[in-house]
Ligand binder design. Sequence first.
Ligand SMILES: Nc1ncnc2c1ncn2[C@@H]1O[C@H](COP(=O)(O)OP(=O)(O)O)[C@@H](O)[C@H]1O
Ligand SMILES: [Mg+2]
Length: 252
Amino acid sequence: MEPINDNSRKVVIRIEDLRKSFGSNHVLNGFNMVLHQGENLVVMGKSGSGKSVMIKCLVGLITPDSGYIEVMGKEIGTLNRQNLDELRSDIGFLFQGSALYDSMTVRENLEFPMRRHKEKLGGFHDTTPLVLEALENVGLGHTMDLMPSKLSGGMKRRVALARTLILKPKIILYDEPTSGLDPITAKEIIELMRSIQKKYNTSSLIITHDVDCARVISERMILLVDGINYADGTFSELSSSSDPKVEAFFKK
Ligand SMILES: Nc1ncnc2c1ncn2[C@@H]1O[C@H](COP(=O)(O)OP(=O)(O)O)[C@@H](O)[C@H]1O
Ligand SMILES: [Mg+2]
C-alpha cells in the first residue's frame, strides 16, 4: 500500500517498509505509515500484532531489521545518542501502564522529565508554574503535593498524561491509553486527549485495540494485520468494509 501523499499537510512521521522479527516470529513484514502535522491517527491491531514493537522502533527503543523511519525530518537510524535524546524531548509518550514513581509526589513525578531536558526549557528556577499548568490541563491542579497512592487509576493515568505534556511535545505517542480503565474513565481520558490536541495542535499517534476509542478520536486509521498496514481509511470507511479481516475489528 502506498503511503498517503497529502501535500497540504506536513509529514511529521514517515515509516516505510518496516521489518522486525524475533527469531522465527516475523512481527513486522513491511509496515508503512505517515503521520501528518496536527493529525490524530489511530493504528489498530489485535493483541500481539506488533503495535508496541512498531512504536518502540519509532523512538529508537527497538532496532528494526530494515526499513526507513523519519521523525520530524530526521532519520532515526542515523542519529547518535545525543541527537536521539534531543528528538525524544519533542515526542511525548504515554506508554501502556505508564507508571508513576510511587515514592515521589505528583509534583516530583512531573519534575522528573524537566530535569532531564533542562536545556529545552531554557533553564528554570521555579518549576511550579509549569507543573501547575500541566496538571490543570488534566483537571488535577489540586493533586500537586499528593503521593500517587492517594489517586485513583484514572487520576494516575491523567497525571502520566500531564507528565507527558510538560515538555510541550510536538508529537504524542499513545500506546493503549485506555487499557485497564473502566469505560467512563476511558472516555474522560479520550476527551482529554482531544482537548490537548486542540490546545497545542500536537500530532498524535494512538495505538489501541479499543474500537470506541478509535471511533471518537481518529481522523484516519490504519489496521495492522500480519505485520503490514493492511487497510487505511476513516473509521466509517473501515467499519463498513466487507473485507473479513477488516470486519473482524468492528464485530462486537
Ligand atoms: N523484546 C522482544 N523480544 C522477543 N519478542 C518480542 C519482544 N517484544 C515483542 N515481542 C513479540 O512481538 C510480538 C508483538 O508484540 P507487541 O508489539 O508487544 O504486540 P501488541 O500489538 O500487543 O503491542 C509478540 O509476539 C511479542 O511476543
Ligand atoms: Mg502493545
